[in-house]
Design a protein around this ligand. Structure first.
Ligand SMILES: Cc1cc2nc3c(=O)[nH]c(=O)nc-3n(C[C@H](O)[C@H](O)[C@H](O)COP(=O)(O)O)c2cc1C
Ligand code: SF4
Ligand code: SF4
Length: 260
């Protein structure tokens, strides 16, 4: 099977899923590469995908699940037996049930998963090699029906040392018991903010109103940190004791794992 086009479908507030997805597309090496970026679009129209392209669906993991905004936005898509590579991108902790969740949704939407991965976002060369391996897998069959169904549960779970998990749970329980207030939105330094509006444009959910950049609507904010990373004045910060616990318990990136 030779597919002339790859379509990256992603939700990527801080651009890692986008970069990983693009590296996979590059490795696959189709004639045409296109991107359907669901990060900042709130359009409701249904998007119909044909069967003769390879979809690369790349989304971040939030709290061990597919980022909920991505989950909702993906539901606009109707695929027609379109082969898909499923990719969950996560930090140093764990992706828990996110890949199974994405697999279930993709099948409901009409995709046929042919490969899945949780590539290491620090090594885009490995992501490209994964794309190349997907191409070789598809080149070896005449049609998708020649492939055995992909079972995402067979993917190797990240190695999670018992001590790190124990420390993480203990620290989270301590933090909850301490009653320390947890920030719900990024803080803004009014001395630094120039009201350039970049954060308004970067926010995937419209939690910052134009002209009112010092405030954030906590009922909408998904705490993705796109505004924090994208503020040219470093005026936005999201410092929670939770991030310190995460980085001390899980300091190292997880190894790359993919399933073909
Ligand atoms: C609200 C939120 C929750 C997150 N939850 C997890 C998690 O459960 N496990 C994990 O390993 N990383 C977690 N992360 C880290 C993201 O998955 C990681 O930074 C990812 O690369 C972000 O993708 P993006 O750059 O495409 O937006 C979380 C990040 C955010 C903002
Ligand atoms: S991006 Fe930064 S400087 Fe610009 S409006 Fe937002 S907070 Fe202010
Ligand atoms: S305001 Fe909240 S949702 Fe919007 S970009 Fe910042 S952290 Fe993300």
């Amino acid at each position: 099977m030779i597919l002339p086009e790859t379509r990256l479908i992603c939700f990527s507030p801080t651009l890692t899923s986008l970069k990983v997805g693009k590296a996979i597309m590059k490795g696959f090496g189709a004639e045409r590469n296109t991107t359907l970026d669901l990060t900042r679009t709130a359009q409701e129209d249904e998007i119909v995908l044909p069967a003769d392209l390879l979809a690369v669906i790349a989304v971040p993991v939030y709290g061990g699940k597919v980022a909920p905004t991505a989950f909702v936005r993906l539901q606009r898509i109707r695929a027609q037996g379109t082969p898909a590579v499923l990719v969950v991108v996560y930090g140093n902790r764990d992706y828990e049930g996110a890949l199974q969740e994405l697999d279930g949704l993709a099948r409901l939407l009409g995709f046929v998963p042919v490969a899945a991965g949780r590539p290491d976002s620090h090594d885009l060369e490995q992501a490209a090699q994964f794309g190349q391996a997907v191409r070789e897998k598809l080149a070896g069959v005449a049609s998708l029906s020649d492939l055995p169904p992909l079972q995402v549960t067979r993917i190797q779970r990240p190695r999670q040392p018992f001590l790190a998990r124990f420390r993480f749970i203990r620290e989270v329980v301590r933090l909850r018991r301490s009653g320390k207030p947890m920030p719900q939105v990024p803080a803004v330094d009014s001395e630094r903010c120039t009201h350039c509006g970049a954060c308004v444009r970067l926010c995937p959910v419209g939690a910052i109103a134009p002209g009112d950049e010092l405030n954030t609507d906590a009922s909408i904010c998904i705490r993705c940190c796109a505004c924090v990373k994208g503020c040219p004045m470093e005026a936005r910060h999201f410092d929670t004791p939770f991030s310190q616990i995460l980085s001390s318990c899980f300091p190292d990136p997880k190894e790359n794992h993919t399933l073909l």
